[in-house]
Design a binder for this molecule. Structure first.
Ligand SMILES: NC(=O)c1ccc[n+]([C@@H]2O[C@H](COP(=O)([O-])OP(=O)(O)OC[C@H]3O[C@@H](n4cnc5c(N)ncnc54)[C@H](OP(=O)(O)O)[C@@H]3O)[C@@H](O)[C@H]2O)c1
Length: 204
């Protein structure tokens, strides 16, 4: 699986439950990379989405200690909600819908099912993901999930920006993490005074 993240120069990723900065080209890059994929996130990241809606046309796997914490707004915005991915009784239907999402990248997001499923344990996420190709799975945050899932990622798509807002949440510093190699350094770009580039790190 891959992680996809937007960090500042100090690996900061958020403040007070929100992103540090929104760069339209980065949003577009994120939408394109994760279209028709499985996206893994923490419950607080789901809550941070506009209207608390899961990402459309994707399989949204949300880690929470209690599925009741997934808000009605999130459930209602999905075509199917699975409160526990470890449940045998719903697994077949979840797999069917996941295949439909993964097999239809040519469709618009609104034409694919929006699936929401929750997991209480990282092990349950890994068990579910073991049935799918690693290129189809993206870890999308936030800080607690990046940290816990990084050992299972083989590459990270990292948008680096020079936003100066003081963060309160961080991604692990891959330049200082054994076993990771900075493989692509993108060209410098600029949006409303913020400089950014699209980098890639891979497991060495
Ligand atoms: N820059 C970026 O690319 C990016 C991307 C995503 C998010 N963010 C930012 O990151 C921040 C949110 O990060 P965060 O760390 O505070 O929250 P988070 O990782 O999104 O969610 C944390 C929640 O996930 C659940 N959780 C975590 N580990 C679990 C486990 N092992 N088993 C079961 N549930 C588990 C818990 O939910 P319960 O409390 O329900 O039990 C926990 O409270 C926000 O500021 C957001 O904007 C930035």
């Amino acid at each position: 699986m891959k992680a996809i993240v937007n960090v500042n120069r100090h690996w900061g990723i958020g403040r007070e439950g929100d992103l540090l900065t929104v760069i339209p080209e980065d949003m577009k890059f994120f939408r394109k990379a994760t279209a028709a994929k499985i996206v893994i996130m923490g419950r607080k990241t789901l809550d941070s989405f506009p209207g608390m809606k899961p990402l459309p046309g994707r399989v949204n796997l949300v880690l929470t200690s209690d599925p009741e914490r997934i808000k009605p707004a999130s459930r209602e915005a999905s075509d199917a909600f699975f409160p526990d991915i470890a449940s045998e009784s719903s697994r077949q239907r979840l797999d069917e819908l996941t295949r439909r999402v993964l097999d239809s990248p040519q469709l618009k997001a609104s034409e694919r099912p929006t699936v929401l499923a929750s997991a209480r344990r990282i092990e349950d996420v890994l068990d579910f993901c073991s049935s799918y190709q690693e290129d189809d799975i993206y870890v999308i945050g936030g800080a607690s999930i990046y940290k816990k899932m990084l050992p299972y990622c083989t590459s990270c798509l990292v948008t680096v920006n020079d936003c100066e807002i003081l963060p309160d949440t961080w991604f692990p510093n891959l330049d200082a993490t054994d076993g990771w190699k900075h493989s692509v350094k993108g060209e410098e770009k600029e949006y409303e005074g913020i400089h950014y580039r699209f980098d890639t790190y891979v497991k060495a």
